[in-house]
Design a protein around this ligand. Sequence first.
Ligand code: PGA
Length: 266
Amino acid sequence: MQVIILPLAHDVALYAADRVAEVINSKTNPVLGLATGSTPIALYDELVARYQAKQVSFRQTISFNLDEYIGIADSHAQSYRTFMNQHLFDHIDIAKSNTHVPLAESKDAIVLKKSAQDFEASIQQAGGIDLQILGIGLNGHIGFNEPTSSFTSRTRIKTLSESTVIANKRFFKDGEYQPHLALTMGIGTILNSRAVLLIATGKAKAEAVKVMIEGPLSAMCPASALQLHETATIVLDEEAASMLALKEYYRWCEQKRQQLHEGNVR
Ligand code: PGA
């Protein structure tokens, strides 16, 4: 894992936007994996700003989102489709037909299973994901792959853990129906991406970040599966990195990487 520690959440967003821009500008048909949640909002704001400044175009980009709640319509205020439209898709030149958020409105298991299979097939058809953006849950989840998810799992129905339901309660109005099920890319699906970039900011994430990077490979921390990925980059602000035992080593690695890049190895 490449661990990058930056001073502030804003720096994390800028770093992630640079990586996204790099992929978009270097490929004819770039395929992005996208995430919802509070953490990537600053990244999406930055991408919108770069699009408005004509620094990036998403005209050829295809996107796949990690997950969607089961049983609510795309148009629902809390659907992840709505989130993506509001925070990114409505403000850039991506073709909506090229954006994929798992279709999970049905409550019929057969329909949902078919939808999950179709989603996997669409990723294959697009040639696989070039760069998958990820956040991390307080319980170490990636996408909605909750603790004990198989490292080889594919897109499927997943029951949310109590901690995730509580963490996401803030987005729902009092008394509003809050789904307990989701359709999520599997950990195996995520690991198939050519590169993954996980972003985490704030003190609340420090424990999950520590377990992901320095803990054992364990289904109890789904994000620890990223230890198996050849090109996983973890970008953290100081607060999210605050519990890492090898923090100074990661900084040193980045210094050396930079020196190597500049042809100035010491
Ligand atoms: P957050 O969610 O960015 O809202 O903290 C991250 C996640 O649960 O993956």
